[in-house]
Ligand binder design. Structure first.
Ligand SMILES: [Zn+2]
Length: 293
């Protein structure tokens, strides 16, 4: 019995659509949330004198901006990752800038300094003044000049790059069901299987439409540390749109006794029919008896 015929493999790609309402929402959320988050960020960076904690605040800032932008982009059904990336980059730059204005206002000890937000050339001038004098001291040294600019450059890369990356990746991997006009974001695992003998060959076969390659999959044993997983995205509106990712997963125990999971993608964004999915689910069931099928 061969449950998978040879068909044409279809792979999911974002349609690139960007509803105007979604773009307006991103703009609104960005211009409201980024200044608020930036004010908090500048104050925290200035009043918390521990450089290691500051690193986490920078990362947290990028996460917060990325979270806000990706949430509204998801709500607004934006599936144009280039536009989303550009918007996120723009708000990342704004986030870094607002962070500077807020930080300088705390240094100046004067909330009215915030009006300087509208005078970027002044802000640049203040930054050069601070760079000459140094802004903080670590282990008895006060970084100035080029070294300080380098640190600020790293900080800007983390804020701008981090918020852009986090915004885009949170939506780039989630398929969108165009028929239902909804994200197919219900994620589940079809099963864990013994590792594929030749992942590259498997990928090539499936890409050419030879779905019988899936018949190679046998349920993993519970003690296995290396296996193949089938990860599924499902549209709960129509229950007729399924996108499958095949991953090669290796679990190792590190020297602290904790499990490290390494996931490598074998195949991604394969569109499967409900019928094919039912067959895949059967593969995940343990074999009934040694008798041949
Ligand atoms: Zn659907």
């Amino acid at each position: 019995m061969n449950e998978f015929g040879t068909t044409t493999a279809k792979f999911y790609r974002h349609s690139g659509r960007a509803p105007i309402l979604g773009l307006i929402l991103i703009g609104l959320a960005g211009f409201i949330a980024v200044p608020i988050l930036g004010l908090i960020y500048g104050v925290l960076i200035r009043v918390i004198p521990f450089i290691y904690i500051n690193v986490f605040i920078v990362i947290g800032y990028a996460y917060a901006v990325g979270f806000v932008l990706s949430s509204v982009a998801k709500y607004g059904k934006v599936r144009n990752m280039v536009l989303l990336g550009l918007a996120a980059f723009f708000f990342g730059v704004l986030a870094d800038y607002v962070g500077w204005v807020s930080w300088l206002a705390v240094v100046a000890g004067d909330p009215t300094f915030l009006i300087e937000f509208f005078f970027p050339m002044d802000i640049l001038y203040f930054i050069t003044v601070i760079a000459e004098e140094g802004a903080w001291t670590i282990s008895g040294t006060t970084p100035t000049g080029g070294f300080l600019y380098f640190i600020w450059f790293i900080e800007a890369c983390m804020v701008i790059g981090g918020s852009t990356y986090l915004t885009v990746t949170s939506l780039s991997e989630t398929p969108f069901c165009e028929d239902s006009d909804a994200w197919a974001d219900k994620k589940s695992q079809v099963g864990a299987f013994a590792p594929l003998k030749n992942p590259a060959q498997f990928k090539q076969a499936v890409t050419q439409g030879n779905f019988s390659a899936f018949n190679e999959l046998k349920p993993a044993r519970p003690e296995d540390m290396h296996f193949t997983t089938l990860q599924l995205y499902e549209c709960v509106q129509c229950r007729n749109f399924y996108v499958l990712n095949v991953n090669d997963v290796t679990v190792t125990i590190n020297n602290k006794g904790k499990a490290d999971t390494k996931t490598r993608s074998v195949l991604s964004n394969l569109i499967v029919t409900p019928h094919q999915l039912a067959s895949l689910r059967r593969l995940a069931e343990p074999p009934p008896a040694p008798a041949a099928a």
